[in-house]
Design a protein. Structure first.
Lengths: 411, 366
């Protein structure tokens, strides 16, 4: 890896010839100490735990227990502000934490939707009472959240959604259906976009942001069987579900702006550090090694290109979290999802190619050192081109916002 | 870890950008495409007055003592305006090599003049290579496998009669012109790394410029009742090219830092030149495609940038040269060539259709 953890930054590095601060490569002593501390803590606290990727009660319980451990140590929300229970770490330190988290093979965060999507949205748009009421329970996992945005007829065209919330005094009555609801199988709460104005032609201007208890009568969660063989997503059906209007975040019919913020958080740097993709690439290289493809010049070149891509991603991630310049964050942020999802699928694709005709054997064809769900991981990588805003939509947004190109006229 | 350049460098870059916008625009560049422009010109003087040639020369010789990273945004800018003179070569290679490796006598003979711009210096990659403005330069540094040769082209040296990019006035220095040498394989390697890095920075600027030109065109050009940039097929091409280019940018900064520190430059320079070269090529393809028929005309400025890109893609190593070198680092070959060949012949399978008994007329196995 191009940028070693142990590389210390010396004091001279900090000043450019003209006296200004220099691009700093390597880590400050306190950052090296922090990394070590995190690494030690993770090693000590992950010891003896095992995690499965299934949704069985035992699997979920193991992850919940781990969340409680993180919470007790103050690591549940490392980049959340302290006033909401977070550790208040600066973006660089948060990156260090997540790099070590990834390297320790710690499990996917159980409340990721709450932690990275709803939480920041509430911080931006919630009233003080709402923040008080909802935020701490995200970190403690008392409320585990899933995301209710897409519907069967409203995917890329989210503004056409139809799940209806009709006001009845201080209650909404919710009817409709959400699909591709991430984390619904683990969740006990859903943050949902609902139509509160009866006129569908209003599109985004009739939408509200509503927090719904999944245990409310009338809610039904049905897992979706995916081509990867697992079912991480679900459909959620609402039949006359009664929700207090105080569970609405933001004004009525003004939920679209909140939704766009949530989507921006979803597309942002998120939890994916370069270490995440380095691990996936290391798996592909392990497959190449296993099948002898590593001796083939074509494979060596392709793997080299992908290693360079991971290194560039890492550099850009550091720039995104550490640079105050619009030319860095204003560009790298919006393009992040498009870049990592494309790179990730190429990494997996190279692994598939390294298998050759052995691909028909499935998981049996792979060395023990790679993920036991590698084929599922491959299909999930394909899904990343679609979720969190399809890459086609991403290109539209980038073209319009970063390049200033005109929008396509609507039908 | 921080990856952020200081505000001062952006300010400096913006100031230089303004000057170049006024005095080094496309109309100026076009003059260098005919043979009308004489050296030294107003533009050359202006570039030197801006201090560009002195930035990386040591203060002792009238320079400002900056490093490659301190000046990387300026290198990009010189690319953006396709400035024809070997200013980037002076910033990134000439001043650095002389300051680090030349004798006191050589340094004091050349650096003050090069820094002030009263002497023009340029670089030639290899004895078979070409030096931009070599016939007009006072000093050509030729980088070969074992070091760097200092050459002084005599009066009457001529530039190539025809060239892909005539604004660069390429010429070839020969051993007969030698006046000195910086000997050592390490110096040759360092020079190539510097060259790869600053060429990558230049390519970034050139590529951003062609994408900007194409994007503006896509906003203005109307067909089927709307700007062509509103069609996804056009929009998405521009976005992919833009994203690929922005994705590669900071790898150049990192390579510049490694060159300054003398640590990690091998891997960083390979990565930077390979990444930016591929991104550049894509920008060149997309820009001409989006420009349509108009981009194909001599009168349209685009081709001046495209041809500079074409030359620099292959200067100080092509993308594949650098990928291969990196591959040797990341995935060292485990077996010597004879064994690899044996393995290959054993695995020759039914997909190598060299069997004459079953070949049809006209169907030849590749």
């Amino acid at each position: 890896m191009l940028i070693p953890d142990e590389a210390g930054a010396s004091a001279e590095d900090d000043r450019a010839a003209n006296g200004g601060p220099l691009m700093q490569v390597g880590w400050l002593p306190e950052e090296i100490d922090f990394r070590e501390k995190v690494r030690d803590w993770l090693e000590a606290n992950l010891a003896g735990r095992s995690f499965q990727t299934s949704w069985s009660p035992q699997a979920l319980l193991a992850r919940l227990d781990w969340e409680r451990c993180l919470h007790a140590a103050g690591y549940a929300g490392v980049n959340w502000p302290p006033e909401y229970g977070g550790a208040g770490l600066d973006p660089v330190r948060a990156t260090i934490f997540y790099e070590e988290y990834e390297r320790a093979h710690a499990p996917d965060r159980l409340n990721r939707q709450g932690l990275t999507l709803l939480g920041p949205t509430l911080m931006q748009y919630g009233t003080p009472e709402q923040k008080e009421r909802w935020l701490p329970k995200i970190l403690s996992c008392e409320h585990i959240w899933c995301q209710g945005f897409s519907e069967p007829d409203a995917g890329s065209d989210l503004a056409s959604l139809r799940t209806r919330a009709t006001a009845d005094g201080d209650t909404y009555i919710v009817n409709g259906q959400k699909t591709w609801t991430s984390n619904a199988r683990a969740a006990n709460w859903i943050f949902a976009l609902v139509r509160t104005d009866p006129d569908p032609n209003l599109r985004s201007r009739g939408i509200s942001y509503l927090l719904i208890d999944l245990d409310t009568p009338g809610v039904e969660v049905r897992p979706i069987a995916q081509i990867s063989g697992d079912s991480h997503f679900a459909e959620v059906f609402f039949s006359d579900v009664r929700v207090p209007t105080e569970n609405r975040i933001g004004a009525e019919n003004a939920g679209w702006r909140l939704a766009m913020s949530t989507l921006t958080f979803e597309r942002g740097a998120g939890l994916y550090t370069g270490a995440h993709f380095q691990r996936i690439l290391d798996e592909t290289v392990a497959i190449m090694d296993w099948t002898g493809a590593v001796d083939d010049d074509w494979f060596r070149l392709e793997a080299t290109r992908l290693q360079a891509a991971v290194t560039r991603y890492t550099l850009n991630h550091y720039a995104l979290v550490s640079s105050p310049h619009e030319e860095d964050s204003g560009v790298l942020g919006p393009m992040n999802k498009l870049v990592w999802s494309t790179m990730q699928v190429q990494i997996y694709q190279l692994g598939i190619k390294a298998l050759g005709s052995r691909v028909e054997l499935g998981q049996e064809a792979l060395p023990r050192s790679v993920s036991p769900t590698w084929f599922q991981d491959y299909w999930r990588a394909r899904a990343a081109l679609i979720y969190a805003g399809t890459n086609e939509i991403q290109r539209n947004i980038l073209g319009e916002r970063l390049l200033g190109l005109p929008r396509e006229p609507k039908a | 870890m921080r990856v952020a350049l200081p505000d001062e460098q952006y300010d400096l870059r913006n100031g230089v950008r303004e000057v170049l916008r006024q005095h080094a625009g496309p109309a100026t560049l076009r003059r260098y495409w005919s043979s009308s422009e004489e050296h030294p010109s107003d533009l050359w003087k202006r570039l030197c007055d801006l201090g560009l040639t002195s930035m990386t020369a040591p203060a002792l010789y009238g320079g400002q003592g900056f490093g490659l990273l301190d000046t990387v945004l300026l290198q990009e800018e010189l690319g953006r305006f396709a400035v024809p003179y070997p200013v980037v070569e002076t910033i990134g290679i000439v001043n650095v090599l002389l300051a680090r490796h030349a004798s006191e006598e050589v340094r004091s003979r050349w650096l003050p003049g090069v820094a002030a711009g009263t002497k023009m210096a340029t670089v030639q990659p290899g004895w078979d290579g070409l030096a931009p403005w070599g016939a007009h330069a006072d000093l050509v540094i030729v980088i070969d496998e074992d070091g760097a040769e200092l050459c002084e082209p005599p009066p009457g040296t001529s530039s190539l009669e025809s060239s892909t990019d005539p604004a660069r006035r390429p010429a070839r220095a020969t051993r007969a012109m030698s006046i000195g040498r910086l000997e050592g394989r390490a110096i040759a390697v360092e020079a190539q790394q510097l060259g790869a890095t600053v060429t990558a920075a230049t390519l970034f600027g050139l590529s951003e410029a062609v994408l900007n030109q194409a994007t503006e065109y896509a906003k203005d050009r109307v067909q089927f009742g709307r700007p062509i940039g509103s069609f996804q097929a056009v929009k998405h091409q521009l976005v992919d090219a833009y994203v690929g280019l922005q994705n590669a940018r900071r790898s150049v900064w990192y390579a510049a830092l490694c060159c300054d520190r003398g640590d990690g430059a091998t891997e960083a320079a390979h990565l930077a030149k390979a990444s930016v070269t591929e991104a550049s090529n894509k920008c060149s393809q997309v820009a001409l495609q989006v420009y349509g028929g108009l981009g194909y005309t001599w009168e349209c400025d685009l081709h001046m940038w495209l041809k500079r890109i074409q030359v620099l893609e292959e200067t100080f190593g092509s993308a594949n040269d650098h990928w291969r070198a990196l591959a040797d680092t990341y995935f060292p070959r485990r077996y010597p060539p004879a064994i690899r060949e044996e393995q290959r012949s054993k695995s020759r399978n039914s997909f190598e259709w060299n069997d004459t008994a079953s070949s049809h007329r006209g169907m030849e196995a590749s």
